[in-house]
Write a protein that binds this ligand. Structure first.
Ligand code: CO8
Length: 262
């Protein structure tokens, strides 16, 4: 891999988009390597992913403008699909993905962060959808996910004006969950990921599925999805271990239940 770094620490995997000379902009090769990296994640071992960008300046400064500049209509649509397919893979990835946004998250950078389950950022982070200033629409899900994540009115304002916002405003509008000093960002992401990884993995996966799928349907259909996934947790070793530990005599309880993903 030239542009993607993948590291494992315990039950947490960290994917770093590593093209700092172009501020980690997403060209076809980066997207293909990212796709292959996701496919290679060992889901028996890894329970949470962190996605970040290399360097201290940029998370991802968008899709590669040089590569896009000469596309035909058909090629533009195909490039949009290429990004969308991978971002949908992240969104529906079986385990949670935390975006640790360490600087510019513009265009495709903002969009990839929005396909993650949770966004946290550093104080130097800048979010925005500058596409209309380049003569295009957001093409990797920005018109869809920003409106769902913040509000349609705020998304429209940001997209129509192509205005970038800093970390404090991203926090205020609910685009990120927390803002950290740059040096504290990755440790905070790792701490959050470890906190997720020590929970019952089947239950965490089912929660992700229930929230994501439930958001697409009516509340009646949503609770039906939840019922199914709730029921699915029973008779697992992890459900027995989790409830067993709660019900055990005080002197036999463990602080961290050794869940087995079974
Ligand atoms: N694509 C290609 N190269 C980039 C990009 C990018 N998106 N962003 C930065 N770079 C490159 C620069 O060209 C420069 O390269 P070089 O050193 O070879 O000249 C290098 O990274 C460093 O950048 P700057 O010198 O510009 O650094 P500054 O600190 O001066 O500025 C900025 C940083 C403000 C982030 C500036 O680089 C910038 O505005 N970048 C573009 C941001 C942008 O507009 N992003 C949105 C792109 S469009 C998009 O993402 C659409 C997604 C959907 C696609 C759908 C397909 C159909």
């Amino acid at each position: 891999m030239e542009f993607i770094k993948y590291e494992v620490e315990g039950m947490v995997g960290m994917i770093t988009i590593n093209r700092p000379r172009a501020l980690n902009a997403l060209n076809s090769q980066v997207l293909e390597e990212l796709d292959a990296t996701l496919d290679a994640v060992n889901l028996d071992e890894i329970r949470c992913l962190i996605l970040t960008g290399a360097g201290e300046k940029s998370f991802v400064a968008g899709a590669d403008i040089g590569e896009m500049s000469t596309l035909t209509k058909a090629e533009g649509e195909a490039f949009g699909k290429k990004g969308n397919d991978i971002f949908l893979k992240i969104e529906s990835f079986p385990i949670p993905v935390i975006a640790a946004v360490n600087g510019f998250a513009l265009g495709g950078g903002c969009e990839i962060s929005m396909s993650c389950d949770i966004r946290i950022c550093s104080e130097n982070a800048v979010f925005g959808q500058p596409e209309v200033g380049l003569g295009i629409t957001p093409g990797f899900g920005g018109t869809q996910r920003l409106a769902r994540l913040v509000s349609p009115g705020m998304a429209k304002q940001l997209i129509y004006t192509a205005r970038n916002i800093k970390a404090d405003e991203a926090y205020r509008i609910g685009l990120v969950n927390a803002v950290y000093d740059l040096e504290d960002l990755i440790p905070a992401a790792k701490k959050m990921a470890a906190g997720i990884a020590k929970q019952a993995p089947i239950a965490v996966r089912n929660c992700k599925k229930a929230i994501n799928e439930g958001l697409q349907v009516s509340i009646e259909e949503g609770v039906a999805i939840e019922e199914k996934l709730f029921g699915d947790c029973f008779e697992t070793e992890d459900q027995r271990a989790g409830m067993g530990n709660f019900l055990a005599p005080k002197d036999q309880k463990v602080k961290v239940v050794p869940f087995k993903n079974k």
